[in-house]
Write a protein that binds this ligand. Structure first.
Ligand code: NAP
Length: 437
């Protein structure tokens, strides 16, 4: 029997488990670890709560998790409860599928001011991640500035702009729904250091901004390049730019009924966050021009007022003791998934935060092929039985998949009308619902 430990139960983790089952069938046992008592990583706490169709991919991971050759080992933190070296002593291969849960730092003067958040924290707050449930953002001011022009910036801008009714059928957590319902924001600025041809927003997600109940996007026609230049763009980006053109053409009469404006501020690179009494009041930005795809500062600066700032500028992986880390790239140092003998990485932990959820599938299949090449024979290590002995010795409160199903049922019972679930936002409540309290 071949024994694999996958660290992280998000898309990269479960696609790797699926690939291992396809490759070795009943000759493999896979333990999928997560530091939380609940599975699915980014699907649960990253994907926007109003994108339930994307979250539905969890059903595919559940089918893998229910295989008798796969176990979910929740509530176990690798690096704290058990080291990577210990796991390597127990399993033939250890695969880090830990994602990129930390914000890339903005690193500007004033970035420590109150009501300035990274997207990992802000998204974690409205998605009920236990680490960020107590974030307590203040939405009582008029203007939110969202830094970055990727899909996460779109998620955050849309969530800030939606009405309570527009969250029907979503699994946004109650504390966020109530806070958003009382929001006085009437202006959301999406700040990009480059231009419309350099956005990282995909058409489906960008298009949603055009159909909001009380909010309307605004693009300054003067920021748009000559339309003839759009033909040079890759088709997806061309569609997104066409949407920006349609936003620029929205008549003022349509805006009259839309009290919330979502403003695209292009060619604006943040230079410093400004504040009064420790709380953010604005962002100083420098006007840029784009040359050969790069933002070049013009020296002209101005201030964008802001009562809330959310930095959506990308993520990085958290280092794990004794695992080689590439500080510059913010991910594990690896050669196509290989870190050290018997130690691999996959998904965002391997390649950084890019691509869609589906991109992790070929990643998972590829790392399994590498393991098969490197280790044609199993090593006779103890695998799950060895882990169980260690967990008992350390009195770890391991949450298995059947325990998660109890948490899931309790969350479904607690759902407000029309919602799929009300997520528990602290680990103790989860453990209690799992019957492990
Ligand atoms: P992203 O796509 O890499 O976008 C990051 C944005 O931040 C870029 O516009 C970048 O501008 C900007 N940025 C970076 N550093 C900056 C700085 N110092 N100052 C100002 N702006 C800065 O990252 P993301 O939005 O976090 O998304 C991560 C991944 O998840 C992406 O692959 C995304 O497509 C995916 N995702 C998908 C969905 C969906 O499909 N529904 C939803 C959410 C996320 P430059 O281009 O100038 O560097």
């Amino acid at each position: 029997m071949r024994h694999l430990a996958i660290i992280g139960s998000g898309p990269a983790g479960y696609y790797t488990a699926e690939a291992a089952l396809k490759r070795w069938g009943d000759d493999v046992m896979v333990d999928v670890f997560d530091r939380l008592p609940v599975p699915y990583g980014l699907i649960r706490s990253g994907v926007a709560p109003d994108h339930q169709s994307i979250k539905a991919v969890a059903k595919r991971y559940e089918a893998v998790a229910l295989s008798s050759n796969v176990r979910f080992i929740g509530n176990v933190s690798v690096g704290q409860d058990i080291s990577v070296a210990e796991l390597q002593g127990l399993y033939d291969a250890v695969i880090l599928a830990t994602g990129a849960p930390h914000d890339r730092p903005l690193d500007l003067p004033g970035d420590h001011l109150g009501n300035v958040f990274g997207s990992a924290a802000f998204v974690g707050w409205y998605n009920g991640h236990p680490q960020f449930a107590a974030l307590d953002p203040d939405l009582s001011g008029p203007t939110a500035v969202v830094i970055g022009m990727g899909n996460v910036a779109l998620d955050v801008a849309r969530i800030l702009a939606k009405t309570r009714a527009e969250f029907a059928g979503s699994d946004i957590v109650g504390h966020a729904l109530d806070r958003l319902d009382g929001s006085r924001l009437n202006h959301v600025v999406i700040l990009g250091r480059r231009g419309p041809h350099q956005i990282a927003m995909t058409p489906k997600e960008l298009g949603e901004l055009g159909h909001l109940e009380r909010a309307c996007p605004r693009v300054d026609p003067a920021d748009l390049p000559d339309e003839a230049e759009d033909v040079l763009l890759e088709p997806g980006l061309r569609k997104s730019v066409t949407l920006l053109r349609s936003f620029a053409a929205i008549p003022e009469s349509y805006r009259a009924d839309k009290p919330v404006e979502i403003d695209f501020d292009f060619f604006a690179s943040p230079r410093a966050l400004l504040g009064v009494d420790g709380k953010v009041t604005g962002i100083e930005v420098e006007r840029t021009t784009v040359e050969k795809g790069r933002a070049i500062g013009t020296g002209e600066t101005y201030v964008v007022p802001a009562s809330l700032v959310v930095c959506c500028i990308g993520y990085q992986t958290s280092p794990i003791p004794d695992v080689p880390f590439d500080e510059r790239q913010g991910r594990f140092a690896n050669d196509e998934g290989r870190i050290l003998s018997g130690l691999y990485c996959v998904g965002w932990a391997r390649r950084g935060p890019s691509g869609t959820i589906g991109t992790n599938r070929p990643d998972g299949y590829s790392v399994v092929e590498k393991i098969a090449e490197d280790q044609p024979h199993q090593s006779g290590k103890p695998g799950p039985a060895g882990f169980d002995r260690l967990a008992e010795h350390r009195a770890l409160k391991v949450v298995r998949f059947r325990d998660w199903k109890k948490i899931e049922e309790a969350e479904q019972r607690a759902a407000r009308e029309g919602a799929p679930r009300e997520k528990f936002v602290d680990v103790e409540t989860m453990i209690h619902a799992a019957g492990k309290g």
